[in-house]
Write a protein that binds this ligand. Structure first.
Ligand SMILES: Cc1cc2nc3c(=O)[nH]c(=O)nc-3n(C[C@H](O)[C@H](O)[C@H](O)COP(=O)(O)OP(=O)(O)OC[C@H]3O[C@@H](n4cnc5c(N)ncnc54)[C@H](O)[C@@H]3O)c2cc1C
Length: 298
């Protein structure tokens, strides 16, 4: 099977996953596959199906908690699907699923296209960010999408237009129903002023540096902000800043971040998230919703 898979991309067996997620946690993957192209991704999926192997799609691993044991299937990393096309005359950008958002934003801003500046500091891929409808500063990525190209369970490539995409705060039809793999997207932007966009990006970069513990591995905000409040404020009000289980701790800088301060395991992060959730529920009566996704957790 390996030889067959290798025709379509890079394949590693029992591959370590620590460097493939921003928590720097995780065990190994029985197979780690990086398909060369969309066509090759389809071939890989067919081989996995023939061998009855489960799989998961990995973007930049910045919103997930991977298990510290081996994933008994294939992790499909879309890092080679990294094509970008800029069409300034149409105010449009096309990007494949593996493109990192900061790269996409830079490419758009360089051609004086505005709209996506909010995403310059989000360390995710186009695919992962559409899946979770990533956002910041009251903007979210699906607001700027004119269409998403997906692969369905029968290996058909479909284009879903903006009006047919349902989404809400940190949520989308792709997250609610995992039958699609996101392959690419078209973004509809506006003509802007490059200098102005660069200033917005720099200003927000400074704000992130001041308020987020970027010096430690994390996966960003752990909980969604509840209506009219902030998860970080609630967690801090319960005295949980700095609370530690194993190598994982509630950040001292931003209480809605859990940071890997000393070789944390997936279990440390899991227990800490549960503890914070339970404590906030008991002390404030707010049932926080987890934004990060536990992968392969039974
Ligand atoms: C320092 C820091 C700051 C952050 N700031 C923000 C922020 O301001 N706003 C925000 O919203 N998030 C933020 N995040 C969280 C994270 O970056 C985003 O949620 C990002 O969009 C996740 O993208 P990803 O490629 O890393 O997805 P991953 O973590 O790799 O995957 C997340 C989920 O998407 C699925 N997926 C990935 N690609 C595809 C695909 N092509 N097709 C189908 N499913 C797919 C995966 O299977 C998984 O279920 C931050 C994270 C960090 C570490």
């Amino acid at each position: 099977m390996i030889t067959k898979l290798q025709e379509y991309g890079t394949v590693l067996e029992h591959a370590p996953l620590k460097q493939l997620n921003t928590y720097h946690i995780g065990g190994t993957a029985r197979y780690l596959i990086s398909p060369n192209s969309i066509k090759d991704l389809i071939n890989v999926l067919k081989i996995l199906k023939d061998h009855n192997l489960k799989y998961m799609i990995l973007g930049n691993g910045s919103n997930i908690v991977l298990n510290s044991r081996e994933y008994d299937g294939a992790i499909i990393h879309l890092d080679k699907l990294d094509g970008i096309e800029i069409h300034p005359e149409l105010n449009m950008v096309y990007a494949e699923a593996g493109v990192m958002l900061p790269k996409l934003v830079n490419a758009a801003v360089n051609k004086s296209l505005t709209g996506l500046e909010f995403a310059a500091g989000i360390p995710g891929t186009v695919g992962g960010s559409i899946y979770g409808n990533a956002g910041a500063y009251n903007s979210c990525i699906l607001d700027y999408i004119s269409s998403v190209t997906v692969l369905d369970e029968d290996y058909n490539i479909k284009v879903i237009e903006h009006e047919d995409i349902t989404y809400s705060y940190r949520n989308s039809m792709f997250k609610n129903n995992k039958k699609y793999i996101i392959l690419a997207a078209k973004f509809f932007l506006k003509k802007g002023d490059k200098q102005n966009s660069l200033e917005i990006i720099e200003n927000r970069r400074q704000r992130r540096l001041d308020s987020q513990p970027l010096e430690y591995p994390s996966a960003g905000s752990v909980f969604r902000n509840p209506e009219g409040d902030f998860a970080g404020r609630l967690i801090e009000s319960c005295g949980l800043k700095g609370y530690q289980i194993g190598g994982a701790a509630v950040s001292l800088k931003h209480a809605n971040f859990i940071v890997n301060i000393d070789n944390a395991t997936s279990d440390d992060v899991y227990k800490l998230i549960k503890y914070v959730h339970q404590t906030v529920l008991e002390k404030t009566n707010v049932n926080l919703i987890i934004e990060q996704e536990f992968i392969d957790w039974e």
